[in-house]
Design a protein around this ligand. Sequence first.
Ligand SMILES: *Cc1c(COP(=O)(O)O)cnc(C)c1O
Length: 395
Amino acid sequence: MSKSHLLPIFSPLPVCFQKGEGVWLTDTQGNVYLDGFAGIAVNAVGHNHPRLVSALQKQVSELIHVSNYFRIDLQEEVAAKLCEKSGLRGCFFCNSGLEANEAAIKLARKYGHLKGFNEPKIIVFDHAFHGRSIATLSATGNPNVRRDFAPYLPDFIRVPAGDVEMIEKLATTTPGICAVMFEPVQGEGGIIPIPDETMRAIRELCDRHDWLMILDEVQSGIGRTGKWFAYQHSGIVPDVMTLAKALGGGVPVGALVCGEKAYGVFAPGNHGSTFGGNPLAMRAATTVLQIIEDERLVSNAEKMGQYLQEGFRKALKGVPGFVEVRGRGLMIGIALDRPAHQCLAIGLKHRVLFSVTAGNIIRIVPALNIARREADELIERVTAVVKEFTAATAK
Ligand SMILES: *Cc1c(COP(=O)(O)O)cnc(C)c1O
């Protein structure tokens, strides 16, 4: 192969895809793969959804970008839908997950300043992943992601994920706390759902101390867990939520969504974005949300999530090296007892796509419209991969 002109940041697998259809991807050699990964939980309505394709084609031919110097009616449409589904009050649009989290961190700090804190502090969790900018990296827990990029921003206080007691103690020992920020189901950290009672306890602490409860739903949001947003499993509402990944169905779209308590914190000029919320991005988002609603994909995610989780449990029971299946809806982790990166190449051989996260977790996050026969096929292929891998690496 000739010399690459790309920075050596990624180590892509030796496969290049040419077209997709639902949960199926075809590579340049004509091989067809079952996609259990959906571009890192992005392609929520699958590949090449006819409604998304025609809506985008039409939008491209009319208007792609104008900037936020002008009113963009489509932003109101998407924001109204997100507020209706979430119970929150207003949105700011950007282009990615880290940008949404960056905005949330700025908003939390300003919330602190309005309360008279000069150095407002944000509580974050171990194993958290919030992005790779300096601020979101500082909020991120994974030492492998952080290494070599010090100094980090100060005033993030890290606690073990979901440690309510520790958070309660911080309230009395540490002045200047303005927010608690975490993922309701940790994604990159290894598909770790935060228990409902913990969600409610943290909501209560945030109310009692007038902190913002900020939920990073970049991966868990937009129907993936079998509710529109993962916090809806625990019957609470956050003050701030961040979204990206699935929101644009593959077109880059991020959003900061605020409840009443956070709605008025940013004043004109406090934040901005050149591309954020442009007509192309908003056409993608409004169409994806409408498809999810019309095709009842949130309840499909719940049903197929349960079906897949039970199916994997049954198929992998007794396989040496298999530890457990965990997750929520279609955000599924298969934990093995050993580093599992080799599974990716074995997956290509079996024509099935997934990722490996946190070293030993096979992550399955397929499109929300996966059908039962495709789920059966996914169970069969992933099980074959795990069996081949664990046999080859037998302890
Ligand atoms: C992917 C992810 C991010 C970062 O999103 P980017 O669009 O890659 O910046 C942030 N938080 C969570 C929970 C994510 O899964």
